[in-house]
Design a protein around this ligand. Structure first.
Ligand code: FES
Length: 137
């Protein structure tokens, strides 16, 4: 059995063990808590984000409850184009590719500005807000 390293063993002239003794603190891996029904598939379904397309560029934006797509995107470093941020210019229009269930229903301003494009999946990024996590539909 080798002597464990101590402060005294590091004093010049004292002998230093060639291999420090390593003691394992854990003999078995820590237990992993499992929630009911958790799996990689259900975990993926819990990931809340939208994927939107604007002028041939696709952006993935993590859902932030009650924030607009635009403000969440900008905070996440996604360069969605915009101008007025008031639902008037239409510059921030994006087409939803994925995640429409994360968003609240379009308001009158979006309906007026987008018209028939709304049914094609377009939304105004500055007006579309993410649902709060407790909303169901
Ligand atoms: S930035 Fe003008 S409508 Fe959204």
């Amino acid at each position: 059995m080798r002597k464990p390293l101590t402060v005294g063993s590091l004093i010049p002239g004292r002998s230093i063990p060639s291999q420090p003794q390593i003691t394992s603190l854990h003999t078995s891996p820590a237990p992993v808590a499992k929630k009911n029904g958790s799996s990689s598939t259900s975990r993926q379904q819990n990931v809340q984000h939208v994927r939107v397309k604007q002028r041939d560029q696709v952006f993935q934006v993590r859902a932030v409850p009650r924030e607009t797509i635009l403000s969440a995107a900008l905070a996440q470093g996604q360069a969605i184009e915009y101008k007025c941020q008031q639902g008037q210019c239409g510059k921030c229009a994006v087409q939803l590719i994925e995640g429409s269930s994360c968003l609240s229903s379009p308001g009158n301003q979006e309906k007026d500005k987008l018209g028939s494009k709304l049914s094609q999946g377009y939304r105004l990024a500055c007006q579309s807000t993410f649902r709060s996590m407790t909303q169901n539909s």
